[in-house]
Design a binder for this molecule. Structure first.
Ligand code: DPP
Ligand code: ZN
Length: 886
């Protein structure tokens, strides 16, 4: 397996300006004729052979400028088509290939999902359709003729605008689509199938009348309205917020049930995992609605950040993904509650990206090398990439940031750009040198910022000293280098010990931002009569770990009084984390049981709830309160401990504290549940306020049940029976799933029966069972693998049953006997022959194997080695296995 390095980038020797595709759909013998308008690239090497990429392709015919190619002129394998002496002027290559969509289980290229023909070409799937220069810096204008059976494929969709349609012989028809915007092949798509449609119109700020539509499995049209509405809201938001308008006459979204990713931003034809389109109150939770909205927005926003400006090469993936995640996060924050959304983002970052950055798969946001690009669609590229864009805005200020974005979109429009191009736009607008800032893209690992403070009563000064330390990370590309200081924007404020802001100035703080750009730096505030409480990294202004010896009282002050909601939540998390880590350290006596007591935490949370309730009679923001009541997750606790982890001790510590919260806050929680109950017959709304009330009610149910399983079970059973929404039903089932016994088994069995025809709901049911933190879960999962609805061929099923176990049930994945590792390895190997991408993703569950204590570590290593040494591994799995063991 060869390694691709950023340092080796060279422009293509040839360019393709124009592609005419003629695709004759057939279940097993689809024929593709590609007519490519090629020319030598002035920036390439004159006279070089033309090497087109292929993958499992069968060549049927080839012609050069309308003539058969001479003997020996062309060499063809399934992986490449080489023209030894291409003309050194514009020329036309006509290539006919044949593919079998029905046996394409990799779900890359052209395949069938539930009978629907669809494509997935990012990162390198187009080469599974025809021979091509399959690299993002080769951009062409595509015209696609799609022909298929009228019966099996009444709907035929392509990129761009519809041009023509008509009959194509007995029982067949065709449609022609033309996309005027040059694009790389990874943005190509087509769809053919029986599909239901919902549609509406949107008029852009430029006056373009756009037809927008969502296509779904026939009969499920009623579940597509929310997604359709989210498209229109996304279009309006991008105009308002970034001045970006849509640029075609149609915008189509198609939901398919077999999809490796969440969705794909193909130009004018976004193809989605149906999990992120279909929603009804009966089948989707509030979290589903929020995800659908966010992913619709994400893919739509790619139209500018990704499609109009694309990536020069795959090392620049963060250029479109980090930026587009930032954009979708901003959208969700505007459409919902900003602090609540920010907390959710940070929880994901800490649970997924921090462990990745601390483990064997760590890589810079812009990697320097890869063996398999599909393994770099990671939390680091996406989530940390988004944090870098957010820091850039904080660093430059919102106006300069917006001006820089405008410049980037204008200057780079129609090009395949780099991170340097992106930063150059902001450097030009701000007049600042961003070379130190750019280290965020190059250095892997999560920085730690240690903060200490001193108050000098005589001088009335308060001094904060910041020290950044950066982990030394070895990656495949390079030996570990000494990391350079990062540019870290610290949004901060001072809070009076009794509450209320402290007005103290430091000339180093502008608009509430202090920029830490050296290894160590200090800030002095003058004119203070008492030591204030510092509120640092407000809104989580940088993706760092903060070490700060705040006292318990100072944290309580922040929880009660900080003007920054994120830091109020953070204060509660820190208080809880102190208790949890103390209890869970494997070397603590009676690990999981003893250690610091949680009484002061529960007292603080009681005060918090009372204060919130007093503020407005009812809770000001129930979703926020629910997050304050949610303890740090097991992965986060593991990261805080850092080494020699005992996942059982972590689970016990967290459970014990949940019991304590439920007991000490019980009456308050029950009262909240009553107060937030939805009036009988109230109409359903998925909006953030309604969802927030449901989340707090359900958080209350969960804690109350932890403390008192018997009465909690009764409440949950009643909620399950009477719930009007999937959110409340699933929350009740989740609560019940944690209480072993008859009630749980009955509820699970009934739920499974009730939704046997609803695969997306069964996914939730699979996931819940896979996450039960009990030794019996392994056998339960093995049993469910034989369930009629389960299939290794469907990525959503694998993710809900297997990945939920391996990635979201730490105590059972890390069973001391190694059986959790064995199950995961076994599934990875079974899956690898069918769908390497999904198999490789599942294998990343071993990311933290070096952190666990010795016995488990040996089992994990053995399982990983078994995978690594298996014959015939895909490049995807062998890359993850190899790096995990390195
Ligand atoms: N479809 C994936 C995403 O939007 C990859 N581009 O993130
Ligand atoms: Zn994306």
């Amino acid at each position: 397996q060869t390694i691709v390095r950023l340092a080796d980038y060279r422009p293509s020797d040839y360019l393709i300006d124009r592609v005419d595709l003629d695709v004759r759909l057939h279940p097993t013998e689809t024929r593709i004729t590609a007519t490519l308008g090629l020319r030598p690239n002035p920036a390439g090497e004159p006279g070089a052979p033309l090497v087109l990429d292929g993958d499992e392709l069968t060549l049927v015919a080839i012609a050069l400028d309308g003539q058969p190619t001479g003997p020996g002129a062309v060499a063809v394998t399934p992986r490449a088509l080489t023209l030894h002496q291409p003309p050194q002027r514009p020329f036309v290559l006509e290539i006919e290939t044949q593919v079998n969509p029905s046996t394409n289980t990799k779900l890359m290229g052209l395949y069938r999902s539930n009978g629907v023909y669809c494509t997935q070409c990012e990162a390198d799937g187009f080469r599974r359709i025809t021979y091509f220069l399959d690299r993002p810096d080769v951009m062409a204008v595509f015209t696609t003729r799609i022909e298929g059976s009228r019966e099996a494929a009444p709907v035929l969709l392509g990129n761009g605008n519809p041009v023509e349609q008509g009959e194509a012989g007995p029982g067949r028809h065709y449609a022609i689509w033309h996309d005027p915007h040059p694009k790389p092949a990874y943005l190509f798509a087509l769809v053919g199938g029986r599909l239901g449609r919902v549609g509406s119109r949107f008029t852009t700020m430029e006056g373009r009348d756009v037809e927008i539509a969502v296509y779904v499995e026939p009969g499920k049209e009623g579940r597509a309205d929310f997604a359709l509405d989210a498209v229109a809201r996304s279009m309006a938001w991008d105009e308002r917020t970034f001045g970006r308008a849509y640029d075609l006459d149609v915008f189509n979204v198609v939901a398919v049930s077999d999809f490796n990713m969440g969705a794909m931003e193909n130009k004018g034809l976004n193809i989605f995992n149906d999990k992120y389109v279909l929603a009804s109150p009966e089948t989707a939770t509030d979290a589903d609605y929020a995800n659908i909205e966010a992913i619709i927005a994400h893919e739509y926003f790619h139209n500018w950040s990704g499609n109009r400006v694309t990536c020069r090469d795959w090392f620049q993936l963060c250029l479109k993904e980090g930026l587009t995640v930032f954009r979708d996060q901003e959208f969700s924050s505007d459409e919902r509650s900003r602090p609540v959304h920010r907390i959710a983002e940070v929880r994901t970052l800490r649970a997924r990206q921090f462990p990745e950055d601390a483990g064997p798969l760590a890589h810079p946001v812009r990697p320097q090398a890869y063996r398999e690009i599909n393994n770099f669609y990671t939390a680091t590229v996406y989530e940390k990439g988004a944090e870098i864009v957010r820091m850039l805005r904080t660093f430059l200020g919102p106006e300069t940031f917006r001006a820089g974005m405008d410049r980037y979109f204008t200057v780079c429009d129609g090009t395949a750009a780099t991170v340097e191009d992106f930063l150059a736009a902001f450097a030009a607008e701000s007049g600042r040198d961003l070379s130190a800032f750019s280290r965020w893209y190059a250095q892997a690992g999560t920085p730690t910022v240690a903060v200490s403070s001193t108050y000098d009563a005589a001088a009335r000064t308060y001094t904060l000293t910041f020290r950044q330390s950066l982990p030394v990370v070895a990656t495949e590309a390079a030996a570990p280098a000494a990391p350079q200081p990062l540019v870290i924007p610290v949004v901060l404020g001072l809070v009076a010990p009794g509450g209320g802001p402290v007005e103290a100035a430091s000339e180093r703080v502008r608009d509430g931002v202090f920029v830490l750009d050296r290894a160590e730096d200090s800030l002095v505030f003058g004119g203070l009569d008492a030591a204030p409480v510092p509120s640092l990294f407000r809104g989580f202004s940088a993706p760092v770990k903060v070490e700060h010896a705040l006292t318990r009282d100072e944290r309580l002050t922040l929880l009660a009084h900080d003007g920054d909601a994120f830091n109020r939540w953070q204060a509660a998390q820190s208080l809880a984390m102190e208790v949890l880590v103390g209890r869970a350290r494997a070397d603590a006596p009676l690990a999981g049981e003893a250690g610091p007591d949680g009484a002061s935490l529960t007292a603080a949370l009681a005060t918090f709830l009372d204060g919130e309730a007093a503020a407005g009679g009812t809770l000001a923001d129930p979703a926020f309160a629910a997050l304050v009541l949610t303890l740090p997750g097991e992965q986060e606790i593991a990261q805080a401990i850092g080494a020699e982890i005992d996942p059982d001790a972590i689970w016990r510590a967290r459970q014990t504290l949940r019991v304590q919260l439920g007991r000490d806050l019980g009456p308050r929680l029950l009262a909240l549940r009553e107060a937030l109950a939805e009036p009988e017959g109230a109409p359903f709304s998925p909006d953030a306020a309604s969802a927030g009330r449901r989340s707090l009610r359900n958080a209350a149910l969960d804690l109350v049940t932890a403390a008192d399983p018997e009465s909690g079970t009764a409440l949950a059973v009643a909620q399950l029976a009477g719930a009007a929404t999937m959110t409340d039903r699933l929350a009740a089932l989740a609560t019940l799933s944690l209480v072993p016994g008859e009630a749980r088994e009955t509820a699970l069995a009934r739920f499974g029966e009730a939704y046997r025809g609803e695969p997306l709901v069964l996914d939730k049911w699979f996931a819940l069972q896979a996450m039960i933190p009990e030794a019996g879960t392994l056998e339960r999962v093995r049993g469910l693998m034989h369930h009629a609805a389960f299939s290794l061929g469907n990525p959503n099923r694998v993710r809900s049953l297997i990945a939920s176990f391996s990635l979201n049930n730490p105590s059972q994945f890390h069973r001391p006997d190694g059986a959790g590792y064995d199950l995961t390895a076994e599934v990875v190997l079974a899956l690898d022959g069918k769908n390497p991408q999904v198999a490789a993703r599942l294998l990343t569950a071993f990311n933290t194997w070096r952190m666990v204590e010795g016995g488990r570590r040996r089992h994990a290593e053995a399982a990983l080695r078994r995978v690594a040494e298996a014959p015939g591994l895909s490049p995807d799995v062998s890359d993850i296995a190899g790096r995990s063991l390195a």
